[in-house]
Design a protein around this ligand. Structure first.
Ligand code: UTP
Length: 294
């Protein structure tokens, strides 16, 4: 079976839920403390064994490209000041990995963004990580690695999923397993449906921004008609591909933060600070102080 070495990160959406910030700055550059969201995502892929990266951007998202390149002037400045720690912080990723970029010129939806990765995929299966979903995998196993392990077991399309509350099913692609009573994390799927109303949702198993896709997906994306919200939906093409190749849901063991939403941004900031030795005590003090005044 083909080893998963490539990752595609779509980051070309307008990010309307985070306006006015996203008028000038990509939501993928929202910081969780001191790193942009998309850096956590790239690191997750690195830690999952990926060594080829494609980020899909639009013309107003050049700051993402800048972040993954070298800043020669700043490097020189830090070298002269003997600031080794800071130098390592900005040189580590450009030294370790090569990130390619491509443009999605019209924001026609996630399916359309993924179609921009056909050349990069070069006939190989690849991991897809949405540019605004951050995971902290349990037992130090990154979410993408969990999905890759599921792919290695099945050789099939893998949808990384999470269980969501009833009121949230209409915000996600929702999975229909063959065996609705199966308690395993890995379950074979009968169908998938994008953003169903609660009465039409087959389950609470939502696609959570992590996928392993087979190269045959492009065949379906090329002929995909617009779906929910008038967008070219990846979920619709995955459903069509299931007539030919099987797909599985893998329920990710970990915590997800939706950085495209304000609540997710707040949660990530608090949790990541609580998880850091240099910030934990300050964050606890801030929380206690504010809570005592409410
Ligand atoms: P979202 O569903 O969060 O859409 O996209 P969005 O347009 O970015 O944000 P909102 O809903 O208006 O606030 C999920 C991921 O897919 C990318 C986004 O950048 C994000 O990482 N995307 C979405 C594209 O690359 N192109 C698109 O046309 C749509």
């Amino acid at each position: 079976m083909e080893k998963i070495r490539k990752a595609v990160i779509p980051a070309a959406g307008f990010g309307t839920r985070f306006l006015p910030f996203t008028k000038s700055t990509p939501k993928e550059m929202l910081p969780i403390i001191d790193r942009p969201t998309i850096e956590y995502i790239v690191r997750e892929a690195m830690e999952s064994g990926i060594d080829e990266f494609l980020i899909i951007i639009n013309e107003s998202k050049e700051s993402i490209r800048t972040h993954f390149g070298n800043n020669v002037q700043l490097e020189k400045f830090l070298e002269e000041k003997h600031k080794k720690e800071e130098l390592d912080l900005i040189k580590e990723l450009p030294n370790k990995i090569k990130v390619e970029f491509t443009y999605q010129y019209q924001q026609l939806g996630l399916g359309h963004a993924v179609l921009c990765a056909e050349e990069f995929s070069n006939g190989k299966p690849f991991a897809l990580l949405l540019g605004d979903d951050v995971y902290v995998g349990n037992n130090n196993v990154p979410a993408t690695l969990q999905c890759i392990n599921a792919y290695n077991e099945t050789g099939s399309t893998i949808l990384g999923t999470l269980k969501v509350r009833d009121e949230d099913v209409s915000k996600y692609g929702i999975c229909e397993p063959f065996d609705m009573n199966c308690k395993d994390r890995l379950v074979k799927l009968k169908s998938v449906v994008e953003k169903p109303s609660l009465d039409k949702a087959p389950s609470n198993l939502a696609i959570g921004g992590r996928y392993i896709l087979l190269p045959s997906i492009f065949k379906y994306l090329k002929t995909q008609e617009r779906g929910k919200g008038g967008e070219i939906q990846l979920t619709d093409s995955i459903l069509r591909s299931m007539a030919e190749t099987s797909a599985y849901s893998y329920e990710i063991d970990g915590r997800r933060y939706d950085l495209g939403s304000k609540r997710g941004f707040l949660e990530a900031t608090v949790d990541f600070a609580l998880d850091r030795d240099d910030l934990k005590d300050d964050m606890i003090k801030i929380i206690k102080d504010r809570a005592s005044k409410i």
